[in-house]
Write a protein that binds this ligand. Sequence first.
Ligand SMILES: [Zn+2]
Ligand SMILES: [Zn+2]
Length: 264
Amino acid sequence: MKLDENHTIKIRVLGSGTSMGVPVIGCKCPVCTSNDPHNKRLRSSISIAVDSRHILIDCSIDFREQMLRWPMPRIDALLLTHTHADHVNGIDDIRSYNYMQQGPIPVFTSAHSIEDIRRRFPHCFNPMQKGGGVPQLDLNEITAGKPFDAAGIEVMPLRVMHGRLPILGFRIGRFAYMTDCSGIPEQTEELLEGVDTLIISALRHRPHETHFCLAQSLEASQKLGVRRAFFTHIADELDHEKTNRDLPDWARLLYDGQVIEIQN
Ligand SMILES: [Zn+2]
Ligand SMILES: [Zn+2]
């Protein structure tokens, strides 16, 4: 289904933190010790609801905690950006949804990520282990630039550079999600034309090899001409309130639990 203006896309931010989360274990910095709930960041992930269909992007280390706080009624499709630990290490807890839905969860990601998932979670694919409480995943290969059907919704996978590693971002209707981004190839810029609301990663103020810093994410969002930009995958260098105060009014740091609606 191609989304038209009759559809509302409802995004729930399940996690807005960088790979270590915020607070960082053992860190005594002002953000890690702050009382502001906006400064508590689980690892990056979002859920998307369109009509009665439910899509999860990434299955973070904090997936179990995220589903207890902001439960998805079901997972019709799991889209994976890449296989770094912070984005996939919650996979074992997919089991709960296998039980509830009485079947495997359709997963969509790149050929490279599929290979990596098979290697890192072999127990999910070992027939000897069937029925023994292992997650059931139905892996589907997708390619950047070629739209696919996730739970009946048309999704466009986008090529995003994460350092030298090409990973995936996703566009659904007039919404796009690109985490762990340090570069946006030209063909992806073209595929982002007409996007209204963008979620893009912004790690911190200082530059980083594999992640855009705040200034770079702002610049990229401005170049893409989106109406609203939200930043995710945030490290403990950025205080929620203080950072938001300095941002232009069309750009904001995300926070865990936030709901964003897009009238497509
Ligand atoms: Zn990450
Ligand atoms: Zn990563």
